[in-house]
Design a protein around this ligand. Structure first.
Ligand code: ASP
Length: 311
């Protein structure tokens, strides 16, 4: 049988009330489809799953409508602090960075941590020092500060709360944008990889780190099981170690991507009433996604098929 590749990406989970506006909805779906087709070019030419997730995640970080890279949300002091991670299912090698600022593509820095350092995670000042050592130039503040993000922080401050980029609560603004990004892939050789990147949650405390850079919570990839990227309230995913829980479900229950996602969602709800969702590709290339929020923007190419995108 001829080998196929699979690819999934997400742009965050939440209420996504602004999809009521068709033009905005189309804008997001188009962005997801463009990234999928970009990933198709890499994977169909024999590129690795790792290369595909890094490149797709970088493209999503470069799109200001998503809460990652240039579109990152602001913390309580009005600053951008980003988290990202990448994992290679071949040998469980992984790289992560947390609470970094002025880095245009945090996922690329995470990959460098994996490839060029003896560590898995670097944070804050140390991660920035490592970026400098790798020759990554700092990107000025104005690249990250969009008027939408400033307005969103002001709203959160007025309500004295922290919130998801695309909050589910009744008070959520219809203007809120989509969120955190992630990519998972299976290449023609059957290797799996996953990446997640985020600005976190609006009005978060300085130094708060969410699930996205935590291996096993916001990201996981193992060639024997699956590749997972999550999105939602990070604290819920950290407490349930959700990405690894999904991988374990596949290993111990011998289920496919769909079965593992169903298990993960049920576990997230039952244990912590968690808010968020996930994308998963299993080692056979089956794609599955689900969420406990109202919506999650995501898209996929299953077994070299058509690209699909939806909420
Ligand atoms: N999981 C991210 C965090 O808690 C937020 C998100 O997925 O939108 O930092």
């Amino acid at each position: 049988m001829q080998e196929t590749f699979s690819l999934m990406v997400h742009g965050g989970a939440g209420a996504l009330d602004n999809v009521k506006d068709t033009k905005t909805a189309l804008r997001y779906l188009e962005s997801i489809r463009t990234v999928l087709e970009h990933g198709r070019e890499i994977l169909s030419m024999g590129g690795s799953a790792l290369e595909a997730v890094e490149s797709c995640a970088s493209q999503l970080e470069d799109d200001p409508v998503f809460n990652a890279g240039c579109g990152s949300v602001l913390n309580e002091s009005g600053k951008v602090e980003m988290d990202a991670a990448i994992m290679d299912g071949r040998d469980l090698s992984a790289g992560a960075i947390a609470a970094v600022s002025n880095i245009a593509n945090p996922v690329q820095l995470a990959r460098l941590v994996m490839a060029e350092s003896e560590h898995v995670m670097l944070i804050s000042e140390g991660a920035m020092k490592f970026a400098d050592h790798c020759g990554i130039k700092l990107t000025p503040d104005h690249y990250f500060f969009t008027p939408d993000r400033i307005q969103q922080l002001e709203q959160a401050r007025l309500q004295h709360r922290i919130m998801l980029d695309h909050d589910d609560s009744d008070e959520a603004s219809e203007e809120q944008k989509y969120g955190t990004i992630g990519a998972v892939a299976r290449d023609l050789e059957g290797n799996l990889a996953a990446a997640t990147s985020t600005g976190g949650i609006v009005n978060k405390r300085i130094g708060r780190v969410g699930d996205s850079p935590i291996i096993g919570a916001g990201v996981f990839a193992d060639n024997q099981t699956c590749a997972v990227s999550t999105t939602g309230f990070g604290e819920d995913f950290m407490r349930t170690v959700l990405a690894k829980t999904v991988s374990d479900a596949m290993e111990f229950l011998q289920c496919d991507a769909r079965g593992a996602v169903a298990y993960g969602i049920e576990y997230l709800k039952r244990k912590v009433n968690g808010r968020g969702g996930m994308i998963v590709i299993d080692h056979h290339g089956n794609c599955a996604a689900d969420f406990t929020t109202k919506k999650m923007i995501h898209g996929w190419i299953e077994k070299s098929g058509q690209s699909e995108a939806g909420f």
